[in-house]
Write a new protein. Structure first.
Length: 174
């Protein structure tokens, strides 16, 4: 295999069905987070009434029926929940673009792991903030995040195997 063929395969052969599924799941969860954040900011679908930033009521310590025990993590964060949703959605989009952008290919494994950690953190924080109060949209989003993590792990494993076989294939024979 010539160097130019290997280079072209690396740039254009990166996107297959698995990668398309990853992109679709990231766009889905990013859209949900952006919609929730914008909805909370302006009121309307997915948000609450417009007004001051959405924070737990003063003196809220959590521990309500079905809610998280102890104090709410939102009390520790200096940003309104709507802003966190918007930043989360943007974060997902930036990471998936970086994951498959050809000039960043050499960082692909690192970006993939950052996306795995980002999705896992988002998943964990949802339950930390909300407890197990699931709505239809949150069920869709959490399932998308779990599936995304699984597909990213599969993609990582396949990528490592592919690189190993490429190294073996291109190694000089003795």
């Amino acid at each position: 295999m010539k160097l130019s063929q290997a280079h072209s395969r690396r740039l254009f052969g990166v996107i297959g069905l698995l990668q398309i599924a990853i992109i679709v799941l990231v766009v889905l969860t990013a859209t949900i987070h952006l919609q929730r954040g914008i909805g909370m900011s302006v009121g309307g679908f997915g948000g609450g009434p417009p007004g001051p930033p959405h924070r737990p009521p003063a003196g809220f310590r959590g521990g309500g029926p079905g809610g998280p025990p102890g104090g709410s993590i939102l009390q520790l964060i200096p940003l309104p929940l709507s802003t966190l949703f918007i930043l989360n959605g943007i974060g997902y989009l930036v990471l998936v673009i970086a994951l498959y952008l050809p000039p960043l290919y050499r960082f692909q494994r690192l970006v993939r792991w950052l996306l795995i950690i980002f999705a896992a953190t988002t998943f964990f924080l949802y339950f930390l903030v909300n407890g197990f109060h699931l709505q239809t949209i949150s069920i869709i989003d959490t399932l998308a995040e779990i599936t995304l993590i699984i597909l990213l792990l599969i993609d990582d494993r396949q990528s490592v195997r592919s690189r190993r076989s490429e190294v073996l294939y291109n190694a000089p024979s003795q």
